[in-house]
Design a protein around this ligand. Structure first.
Ligand SMILES: *[C@@H]1O[C@H](CO)[C@@H](O)[C@H](O)[C@H]1NC(C)=O
Ligand SMILES: *[C@@H]1O[C@H](CO)[C@@H](O)[C@H](O)[C@H]1NC(C)=O
Ligand SMILES: *[C@@H]1O[C@H](CO)[C@@H](O)[C@H](O)[C@H]1NC(C)=O
Length: 189
């Protein structure tokens, strides 16, 4: 009898706790504005040009390997670490007016396919925009498109968040590639 009473009391407590919890969750959900995937508060399409240091193009190169095993570990550059400061334009021409720089790094981290981890800041300093957008995540290069997180921003992009969808636009020779970045921001202040 005693045991059954205690059990009943416990289930009462549990019930009140769950009620409180759901009330709290409802409140905090109501606080947030609903985010719709199809309705970003800002949408930008940008192109990143990466000119890889090939041993002689010192003046022109915008990216270089700074660490990694030589010869590389396996066929997919596992462990190779690259630092870059790349030009960003609004279309796929390298000589189009610059919109921003992409300053960051990536390292290859898969032994069975091309795959990297990528982190960079888009630094805007034009009449149109001043500020930064920070982007990071896994770059599954074998996928046609891959989504990275926009984790924050400053200036005109104060506290922003969103998704940057990358697509390899071209890969020429071994010393130039271009990424198309489809950036959708869902928090704009
Ligand atoms: C490196 O790139 C430059 C400029 O694109 C080119 O002229 C040069 O031949 C390349 N060097 C090598 C070793 O591929
Ligand atoms: C710089 O690199 C780009 C892309 O590879 C190339 O089109 C251009 O001719 C290069 N300029 C010089 C001066 O090497
Ligand atoms: C931004 O551009 C202005 C004008 O060209 C220049 O004076 C300033 O140094 C630049 N700032 C940065 C952080 O590049």
């Amino acid at each position: 009898m005693q045991g059954a009473k205690a059990c009943k009391k416990n289930s009462h407590l549990l019930f009140s706790f769950l009620l409180l919890l759901s009330f709290h969750l409802t409140l905090s959900l109501a606080d947030k504005k609903a985010i719709s995937k199809d309705q970003p508060c800002k949408h930008m399409v940008l192109y990143l040009h990466d000119i890889i240091f090939n041993g002689t193009n010192v003046a022109n190169a915008t990216s270089a390997q700074i660490a990694g095993s030589k010869p590389p570990l396996g066929d997919f550059f596992f462990g190779k670490f690259v630092v870059f400061n790349d030009l960003i334009t609004g279309d796929h021409h390298l000589l189009s007016p610059p919109i921003a720089r992409a300053q960051g790094f990536f390292f290859y981290n898969m032994k069975t396919d091309y795959n990297a981890w990528l982190a960079y800041t888009l630094v805007f300093n034009s009449t149109e925009y001043k500020g930064t957008i920070n982007i990071m995540g896994a770059d599954l290069m074998m996928m046609e498109t891959r989504d990275l997180s926009v984790v924050g921003g400053t200036g005109d992009f104060f506290m922003t968040r969103g998704i940057a969808t990358l697509r390899t636009d071209t890969f020429e020779n071994i010393d130039y590639f271009r990424l198309k970045m489809d950036i959708k921001l869902y928090e704009c202040y």
